[in-house]
Design a protein around this ligand. Structure first.
Ligand code: SAH
Ligand code: SF4
Length: 406
């Protein structure tokens, strides 16, 4: 914005004024921006438009969750989800049209990848939802003073943002960081770093860059306690295996807004939810300050997978707690409008040929197995027995997943 106004020969403070009008106050009509000089308004009117993405669909779930399908052009559409709770309003934002990571259990991933969203398309989801909901008498509001003195709004609606919609945010790094900075800026949305979360499937080099550039809360999608199973569930693990991923997490911790990270673990019936796998997860994360968030799998057509039973989730959760881990089970919200985690599908013109890549990743799998065996040999004797037991279970899951694919 500063560069843009400089290009129009205007003073830098004009950029701040524009930021406030657009992001903080949600004003899109240049004429309403009353503290801008008339001549500057006239220039802007010729050159810019403040627009939200066209809304294709607006759905309300029975629990108050709301989902929008937003048109990003050329046959692609992305989804944003608002989740109201008693003490917060959370917006779940998309970062890409589709996703190239292709996780086994994620409907976005199964659709393939089209393109990165621009910084404008990312922050535009927050702009649109915040200002729409602020004018909605039924939206839950937090009564909170606005950061700018003299601004008389009673409160904002969105207090938390999670980059957990469609796409892998750290594979669209620059645009995501630009949008994150706007979320945190007092002249824009003024959100706390603790209340802005980037969720990643584990793009190791970008975790390190995020620590330097914009250290917000980090959630890492783990989903498996060993490389063998994670290779199958999250194919990015072939590139950045667990040892590298966890090392990056430890490096991030000193920069994190709280003194822990979150690991997400999607509970898949008979795949990653056994007692021995819970124990292996405890050993894997024993030395890292973290919270484990168990997400009951949200089914979507043709996934071939099932959600773990409530009893199984409870047992798995109990093992984590007994071992002294901090864990929670995520409440499923908005599943009657397919707005729950992993159900966001939008419309994606796939440019990545998902099936071909699946064959390719099985190829890489063979090499990785050899490495995994070498790792296992290095474990000490006590752990080895349980590790093997969990390994056998994971092996069975892997075979079963492969059959399902065939
Ligand atoms: N690409 C990022 C963020 C988007 S996905 C990532 O993978 O972290 C947000 C979360 O939803 C991730 O933890 C993801 O693993 C999880 N998820 C994906 N599909 C799911 C499904 N069908 N059921 C439950 N959680 C799912
Ligand atoms: Fe992409 Fe995340 Fe879905 Fe995996 S879980 S396919 S990384 S959006």
């Amino acid at each position: 914005m500063a560069a843009y106004v400089a290009g129009l020969n205007e003073k830098p403070f004009r950029a701040k004024q524009l930021m406030q009008w657009i992001h903080q106050r949600g004003v899109s009509d240049i004429n309403e921006m009353s503290d801008l000089a008339k001549s500057f308004r006239a220039t802007l009117q010729d050159k810019v438009e403040v627009l939200s993405l066209p809304v294709i669909k607006d759905e309300h779930a029975t629990d108050g969750t709301r989902k929008w399908l937003l048109d990003v052009g050329a046959g692609n559409a992305v989804e944003s989800v608002f989740i109201p709770e008693d003490d917060r309003g959370t917006l779940c934002i998309s970062s890409q049209a589709g996703c190239a990571v292709n996780c086994r259990f994620c409907s976005t991933g199964r659709q393939g990848f089209s393109r990165n969203l621009t910084a404008g398309e990312i922050i535009g989801q927050l702009w649109f939802a915040e200002h729409l909901l602020r004018n909605d008498p039924n939206a839950i509001r937090r009564i909170e003073a606005y950061p700018t003195p003299g601004w008389e709004h009673t409160g904002r609606v969105i207090s938390n943002v999670v980059m957990m919609g469609m796409g892998e945010p750290l594979l669209n790094y620059d645009n995501v960081v630009t949008a994150l900075r706007l979320m945190l800026d007092d002249k824009a949305y003024g959100l706390s770093r603790r209340r802005v979360t980037v969720s990643t499937s584990g793009v190791v080099p970008m975790i390190d860059r995020l620590a330097q550039d914009c250290p917000v809360a980090l959630a890492v999608s783990l989903h498996a306690p060993n490389d063998q199973l994670r290779d199958q569930l999250v194919p990015l693990n072939l590139k950045y295996p667990l040892r590298e991923l966890l090392a990056a997490c430890e490096r991030y911790l000193p920069f994190a807004p709280r003194d822990f990270l979150t690991f997400e673990y999607c509970m898949l019936d008979g795949v990653n939810d056994s007692d021995v796998q819970a124990k292996e997860l405890v050993r894997l994360l024993a030395n890292i300050k973290c919270k484990i968030n168990l997400i009951p799998f949200n089914p979507f057509p043709e996934s071939g997978l099932k959600r773990s039973s409530a009893q199984r989730i409870h047992a798995f959760f109990g093992i984590l707690l007994d071992a002294g881990m901090v864990a929670t089970v995520r409440k499923t919200r908005g599943d009657d409008i397919a707005a729950a985690c992993g159900q966001l599908a939008g419309d994606v013109v796939d440019r990545t040929r998902v099936r071909e890549r699946a064959v390719h990743s099985n190829q890489i799998q063979l090499d990785q197995d050899v490495d995994a065996k070498a790792d296992a040999d290095a474990l000490d004797a006590d752990d080895e027995e349980q590790e093997q037991e969990s390994g056998y279970q994971s092996e069975r899951s892997v075979q079963w997943l492969k059959k399902l694919d065939d």
